[in-house]
Design a protein. Structure first.
Length: 341
């Protein structure tokens, strides 16, 4: 995918920019004619590692936390575009510390949106997750609230210069916290590959797919839009088997049971959202419900949508078999590099 021309000569802020997505997005931006890429994150060691690795004077690093409005405000001054990737993403840790998920994923996102609006940022894209649809865990609930905060801003500020939108995607293979590196390490050490439930299904996306989704929304979004990228899925058992097969060994799986807050399958778009979604090929665009609080006309006339569609979830999308997952894994440079060590 080519670099969006809209960022040429622009200043772009990536919150949580030292993470897997942030690093990939920063490099994608630097491949183009962006004037400056700002990285806002809390970890000075990761920032120093990234500074040395990239070695590009167009990158500026800001130590700060999205929980603190002041640090977000300073980082977003003079910025044209914001990619909001900072978040607490681990399901089990958010289950044990739900208020921390709320502080980062909800209040932190509100800070990013409000500071961006105050500083005249042109567009903010907030990164979401499939776990925000029908959420059953604290991480998904906090990300669902992030979406609501973004949509409420669009609904309540129709004349704002800043366009705020969200994206929602599934598991990103080889991202930080992905199960795949753990499987690789278990195979290397001769230990069984631990799987929660072999029949559990998850969407599969590469980092490039995730960045492509954000770029797609960034160049097209209207205020309050939610963009979803369609993706194939596989079972957790098949994923583990594919990793072992790609490494040339027989899989040895050990079932350990579902972890705190996990679902059997994930949903990328609910049936309620699909009733107002626009199918754009590889993507769904879900427009914000822009009605106000005056519902009188609906009581008088009725406006009940017929819901004929099912949810778009990882039990009813395209399923990849083991051979197809092996091919997909081997197409990812990070997986090839990891397994070649």
């Amino acid at each position: 995918m080519t670099q969006p021309a809209a960022t040429d000569g622009s200043t772009v802020l990536v919150t949580g920019g030292t993470g897997s997505f942030g690093g990939t997005m920063a490099r994608r931006l630097l491949d183009g004619d962006v004037a400056e890429v700002r990285i806002l994150s809390r970890d000075e060691l990761k920032q120093d590692d990234m500074r040395r690795e990239i070695g590009d004077p167009r990158v500026r690093f800001y130590i700060g936390d999205v929980r603190d409005y002041g640090s977000v405000d300073r980082a977003s001054r003079g910025v044209d575009f914001v990619f909001h990737a900072a978040a607490l993403k681990q399901v089990p840790s958010c289950e044990f510390f739900p208020l921390e998920a709320v502080r980062t994923n909800v209040f932190g996102s509100a800070n990013v949106i409000e500071a961006s609006n105050a500083n005249g940022v042109r567009s903010v894209v907030c990164l979401g997750t499939d776990k925000a649809a029908y959420p059953v865990n604290a991480m998904g609930m906090s990300k669902a609230m992030m979406e609501k905060v973004a949509q409420a801003f669009a609904r309540n500020n129709p004349t704002a210069r800043t366009v705020v939108s969200t994206v929602r995607y599934g598991n990103v293979m080889m991202s930080r916290g992905s199960v795949i590196p753990m499987f690789v390490e278990q195979v290397r050490s001769g230990r069984p590959m631990t799987v929660t439930d072999p029949e559990m299904t998850r969407f599969l996306m590469s980092l490039d797919d995730a960045v492509g989704l954000v770029e797609y929304a960034f160049t097209r979004a209207r205020p309050g839009d939610l963009y979803v990228r369609k993706a194939p899925e596989c079972t957790v058992g098949d994923l583990a088997t594919a990793v072992a097969t790609a490494m040339g060994v027989q899989p040895d799986l050990q079932v350990i049971g579902t972890r705190h807050g996990e679902k059997l399958y994930e949903t990328l778009a609910t049936r309620e959202e699909l009733t107002r979604a626009e199918d754009q090929g590889d993507y769904y665009r879900v427009a914000v419900d822009a009605r106000d609080l005056n519902y009188a006309e609906y009581f008088d006339q009725g406006d009940v949508a017929e819901i004929g569609a099912d949810d778009y979830h990882s039990h009813n999308t395209e399923r990849l078999d083991v051979a197809q997952v092996v091919d997909l894994l081997q197409s990812i440079p990070a997986f090839r590099a990891l397994t070649a060590r």
